[in-house]
Design a protein around this ligand. Structure first.
Ligand SMILES: *Cc1c(COP(=O)(O)O)cnc(C)c1O
Length: 429
């Protein structure tokens, strides 16, 4: 078990410490597998924005080039004769992906993009009845997820204002309390059909307890799903064990697969052959043996693969493979350990600024957060973010006064974190 306390005690606030820790870090070599953006003088930027778009692995172009070459050489025959045949291409991603989300391979598939997958999952797992139709969501959910849920309510003929229940932080607090979710369920559980929560909140960085939420939902006969966009690649969600009914995520944030790349989807094995679920179908979800006979009745594949619609974007999948191969060799549990240590260092340095204007809204307990810290700066405005950017730090600004920084364990270093704090300190003074 990871011992956070001992690591905290070891931190020191100086550059030598950061350099030494990078040297001792067995995962530090992976930084060199990435293309780090630079300023116009060719100096590396301090990139702490993997929560928005992960960096490009150096090998990505090679992986994509392979598919371009096979396409040039083979045309349509590439579906079967490419080095990595396109017909089963998604299967090459499944094993590594399933380890990162803690699922069985049959429970995981890469397909479509995130919001699309959320809709497809709600087609199956949000099947409201007259009296049980409400959806619970955390109050600061990512807007796209909220739009998806509201439009699903409307699609089924319900009023989205009444049907969408917000799990909110209490007055004067920034984080959601599990007791308050329990309270909502006690009061309205009979009317709630679905609990759909982000796993790590994109704004506060709070990691919700997936298993606990699932148990609460199932107790009231509700289905439970999660959006892992901000968790996948930096925390271990243990999806199978959590018992969640479904989950969705994207691969372009911490999984570094490039802008707009494909998303992922988890369906718990208890639903693998569940024919009672509604489902929007397409030929890629059809029995692989008879898919090309064309005139058959839909014969759905068991497991998550059965939710596929279209033949997927191979060039994007090649980029995902390039990144997942790095996760595989680094070992995901090692990355999670490093992540806790690196984010702990960031927290230590922020606290050591001893600036009364700064407040970290993300939970202090490492088990209740991923790698991102959301830093609230009293009286600050966008100017602060602009100055940070000019100083060579890529971070993320959320109105009215929050900087989000996310050291990604695969390519960020202790020196990145140290440099960020030095520059922030200078700007705040
Ligand atoms: C990044 C993100 C999205 C973006 O959705 P796309 O469909 O990939 O554009 C949606 N939801 C959450 C929680 C996100 O973090």
């Amino acid at each position: 078990m990871f011992e956070f306390k001992t690591i905290t005690l070891m931190y020191e606030n100086n550059l030598d410490f950061a350099i030494k820790t990078d040297k001792e870090d067995p995962l530090n070599k992976y930084r060199n597998e990435f293309l780090i953006p630079t300023n116009n003088k060719g100096e590396e930027l301090v990139y702490l924005c993997g929560n928005s778009l992960g960096l490009q692995p150096k090998k990505t172009s090679e992986y994509i080039q392979q598919e371009l070459n096979d396409w040039a050489k083979l045309g349509v025959e590439g579906h079967t004769d490419a080095k990595h045949p396109w017909l089963p291409y998604h299967e090459f991603l499944t094993n590594s992906m399933s380890k990162i989300v803690g699922a069985k391979p049959s429970e995981v598939v890469i397909m479509n993009s995130l919001t699309t997958n959320l809709h497809l999952m709600m087609v199956s797992f949000y099947q409201p009845t007259r009296n049980k139709y409400k959806i619970v969501v955390e109050s600061d959910a990512f807007p796209s997820d909220k739009y998806a849920m509201e439009s699903q309510l409307k699609f089924h003929g319900y009023c989205e204002k009444e049907g969408l229940i917000q799990w909110k932080p209490r007055e004067g607090e920034a984080l959601c309390r599990i007791e308050d979710l329990e309270q909502i369920m006690q009061e309205q559980g009979d009317e709630i059909a679905l609990i759909m929560i982000g796993c790590t909140n994109y704004y506060s960085g709070q990691l919700y307890p997936l298993k606990k939420i699932t148990q609460i939902g199932h107790k009231y006969n509700c289905l439970v799903g999660f959006d892992l966009a901000h968790g996948v690649g930096n925390i271990q969600p243990n999806l199978h064990e959590s018992g969640a009914d479904f989950a969705v995520w994207c691969t372009y944030k911490y999984l570094n697969s490039g802008p707009g790349s494909l998303g992922g989807c988890f369906v718990h094995e208890r639903h693998a052959n569940n024919t009672k679920l509604n489902r929007f179908a397409g030929w890629w979800g059809h029995n692989k043996e008879t898919r090309f006979n064309m005139r058959h009745e839909f014969d759905v594949l068991p497991g998550a693969e059965g939710w596929q619609l279209s033949n997927p974007a191979i060039l994007s999948m090649a980029a995902i493979r390039a990144s997942l191969d790095l996760f595989n060799t680094a070992g995901f549990s090692n990355l999670v350990t490093k992540s806790k240590s690196l984010t702990g260092f960031l927290e230590y340095l922020i606290e050591d600024l001893k600036n009364p204007k700064i407040n970290i809204i993300t939970p202090k307990n490492p088990q209740e957060r991923g790698c991102q810290l959301s830093i609230q700066v009293k009286d600050a405005n966008r100017q602060l973010h602009t100055l940070l950017t000019q100083s060579g730090v890529i971070s993320d600004w959320r109105e009215p006064d929050v900087i989000r920084v996310a050291p990604a364990p695969l390519y960020n270093s202790y020196q990145d974190v140290y440099k960020f704090i030095q520059r922030l300190k200078k700007i705040l003074n």
